[in-house]
Design a protein around this ligand. Structure first.
Ligand code: HAM
Length: 425
């Protein structure tokens, strides 16, 4: 039996990677417009970074990390997300010393040992942005606007923005206490995961997907009842900026998110109708994270979106991306068993490519008839025929695959001739 790829991973073949490139370019375009610079951090980090950053009580740290120890060194972990790494890089490279805010973006593979299912993988890809050094609600609104604008540009419309404020540590402590009091008598009836969350992280019980837990907690106290004045004011600021940008949102008091670092704003963008894994983007503010990882108090806010889920959503919406990449020219050696002609065809193909033309030729030593068939299949707009008498005269035949018309063109002029036709096409 041959070796297969590990569970929960994917191979992306050229047809798919062409779509990825299209989407990645759209994201790069937005980063330029919004003023974000790219950051690339290692794919593995010291395990402690995620324990402290993402949080010891989270499912990610408790159950989902790919952790390994190499030859007696420190424990290392394949990154399950990139925010903690971005903060580490901000501190390690002293970016706090530069003019604030610092706005960065990243894209790449993340690793979580999850139960694979449609839309949920063990190696998946995220695009994300982070802003360091701004406490303004406009920063929260900017990142949400970025994500919203991106999906809009792809033509995805079936989206819902879920918005909540999870408050600061002070309001959260009050909420936690009230929640534990409310949940105490219900504890035996909650699911096993929620029972274990009761002490460590009772807020997460609010967004448990089990119908029994949802029903039992439907009247549980929610964070909005405990927000301090500053958190309230911040949340109002975010909402009014989103209103100004015309971005609709659903206030979701039960939205908690699965990472411990959030303060104030938390949000998710859900794609309606793509199945269970409908969160296409998640993020929020994390004003305590830089300090938690050893820096001075520094506000931060950001999001990450799952790349695979973008494609699920595009498929579910029937959106075709304009990525058909056909060749412009197929160069035919006639006949194919003449070495001099073959070399001439090879040289000409190279020349055309140097002039920016997408050019291909036969690499299988096929007959002329078979080369014409291959040209047809390639979708080329033109064939360039390099024949014996043509080579003697220093010309080639350029044939339009569209209407069969054929012109004799001087070899030195063929690139500019085709370029003019391709541009006019
Ligand atoms: P997250 O909600 O864990 O947040 O992940 C963000 C997005 O990554 C999800 O909404 C989903 O689209 C995608 N995703 C997560 N896990 C998987 C998986 N197993 N398979 C496929 N896609 C997945 C974070 O990671 C935070 N770092 C976001 C953030 C940035 N918050 C502030 N800044």
């Amino acid at each position: 039996m041959s070796v297969l790829k590990p569970r929960g991973t994917n191979d992306f073949l050229p047809e798919t990677t062409a779509k990825w490139r299209y989407v990645e370019n759209k994201l790069r375009e937005l980063c330029k417009e919004y003023g974000y610079g790219e950051i690339r951090t290692p794919i593995f980090e010291e395990t402690e970074l995620f324990q402290r950053g993402v949080g010891d009580t989270t499912d990610i740290v408790q159950k989902e990390m790919y952790t390994f120890v190499m030859k007696g060194e420190h424990s290392l972990t394949l990154r399950p997300e990139n925010t903690a790494s971005a903060v580490r890089a901000y501190l390690e490279n002293k970016l706090y010393g530069a003019v604030q805010p610092i706005k960065v973006w990243y894209m790449g593979p993340m690793f979580r040992y999850e139960k694979p299912q449609a839309g949920r993988f063990r190696q998946f890809h995220q695009f994300g942005i982070e802003i360091f050094g701004s406490a303004s609600p406009l920063a929260d609104a900017e990142i949400i606007t970025f994500a919203w604008e991106f999906y809009r540009r792809l033509g995805i419309e079936n989206l819902q923005l879920h918005l909540n404020s999870v408050g600061c540590p002070e309001c959260r402590a009050k909420h936690k206490k009230a929640l534990q009091e409310y949940l105490k008598p219900l504890l035996p009836k909650l699911c096993e995961s929620c029972q274990s969350r009761y002490e460590r992280n009772p807020l997460r019980i609010l967004d448990c997907k089990s119908p029994i837990c949802s029903e039992l907690t439907k009247d549980a106290p929610t964070m909005d009842e405990f927000l301090c004045d500053e958190c309230k004011e911040h949340f109002e600021g975010v909402k009014s900026a989103l209103d100004a940008a015309g971005i609709p949102y659903v206030l979701n008091k039960r939205l908690v998110r699965g990472l411990d670092y959030y303060t104030k704003t938390a949000f998710e963008i859900q794609a309606v109708g793509i199945g269970a894994q409908s969160a296409v983007c998640g993020g929020g503010r994390y004003d305590g994270l830089v300090e938690e990882l050893g820096g001075n108090p520094t506000p931060g806010v950001g999001f990450a979106m799952g790349m695979e889920r973008i494609f699920n959503t595009l498929d579910a919406c029937g959106i075709e991306l304009p990525v058909e990449e056909k060749t412009d020219v197929f160069v035919i050696a006639a006949p194919a068993d003449n070495k001099q002609i073959l070399n001439k065809a090879f040289e000409l193909t190279l020349e055309l490519r140097r002039e920016g033309i997408k050019a291909e030729q036969d690499l299988l030593g096929r007959s002329m008839k078979a080369q014409f068939k291959a040209a047809d299949r390639s979708g080329a707009k033109f064939t360039v025929i390099v024949g014996e008498s043509e080579v003697e005269k220093g010309v080639v035949q350029v044939r339009s695959m569209h209407d069969g018309s054929q012109e004799e063109i001087e070899e030195s002029m063929v690139a500019s001739y085709i370029n003019a036709l391709v541009i006019n096409d």
